[in-house]
Design a protein around this ligand. Structure first.
Ligand SMILES: C[S@@+](CC[C@H](N)C(=O)[O-])C[C@H]1O[C@@H](n2cnc3c(N)ncnc32)[C@H](O)[C@@H]1O
Length: 246
């Protein structure tokens, strides 16, 4: 068979595949599979949802009620997709999963530039929406907020959308500057029992002078009334905290 008919046959066979199979082939052949960069994050997210469900089931407060899952650092969308999937088991129908990312990778970082470069982990909004749709995410429960984190960006979002309190918040943004901006935005959204997962807390030698560790330390110093409790570490980099009092 010559190249022309063979190509037409392949195209017909490709088009006959279900949408999810076509998407899978695209992911594999472009070298951009739909996977998380942090496999331990899925364990941490599941652990957080189950902890809240067990508290509510055991007569404690229902922290899912009227609340949301927040994720900062979406990349290709896997961790957000995973949270939306398991929220269907643990949280009510009106629970929301909110993802925030530049969809253009990391900005430059003065503090952590030796470890991370501008543009690292770039995945465009179209790619992420395509991944989420192909894997069955429910866009009635899930919403994406594109842009580089800044006080102005978050103020614009807050003028357009009523952000519920946080049940679970995942911060997977790698650098000090990004993490501090996120914590400041989240401040009014904590309630006692909110769970915060820092994906990179023990990254960069677990130094108090860098990354998410430095951001949390400085953020807590800005808000002496806020107390957080370290619940556990997951894998070699993530740490899970609970907001004890606001
Ligand atoms: C390590 S990746 C997230 C990985 C993802 N959670 C996963 O499990 O695959 C870090 C993400 O944080 C985003 N990010 C970091 N700092 C940001 C900022 N200041 N503004 C917007 N997005 C930022 C990057 O665009 C990137 O997608």
């Amino acid at each position: 068979m010559t190249a022309g008919p063979a190509l037409r046959l392949c195209t017909r066979a490709y088009r006959a595949l279900p949408r999810s199979a076509r998407h899978f082939l695209r992911e594999v052949t472009t070298g951009r599979p739909f996977v998380t960069l942090s496999p331990h994050l899925t364990i941490a997210v599941h652990w957080a949802f189950r902890r809240l469900a067990e508290r509510a089931g055991g007569g404690g407060p229902d922290l899912f009620a009227g609340a949301a899952y927040y994720e900062f650092g979406v990349y290709r969308g896997y961790s957000l997709w995973y949270a939306e999937q398991i929220s269907r088991t643990y949280a009510p129908d009106n629970f929301r999963c909110l993802g925030f990312d530049s969809f253009a990778g990391l900005p430059s970082s003065e503090s952590d530039g030796a470890h991370y470069r501008r543009g690292d982990f770039a995945a465009g909004l179209d790619e992420v929406v395509g991944n989420l749709r192909a894997h069955g995410a429910d866009f009635d429960r899930l919403r994406l907020f594109p842009g580089f984190y800044s006080r102005q960006l978050f103020a614009r979002f807050a003028a357009e959308f009523e952000f519920p309190p946080a049940a679970v918040c995942v911060i997977d943004v790698d650098t000090y500057e990004s993490c501090l901006e996120v914590l400041r935005f989240m401040h009014p959204r904590w309630r006692p029992g909110s769970i915060v997962v820092f994906d990179d807390y023990n990254d960069m030698g677990a130094s108090d002078e860098h990354g998410e560790r430095r951001a949390l330390r400085e953020y807590l110093a800005e808000h002496p009334g806020l107390r957080v409790t370290h619940l556990r570490d997951v894998g070699h980099e993530a740490a899970i905290f609970e907001v004890s009092s606001v």
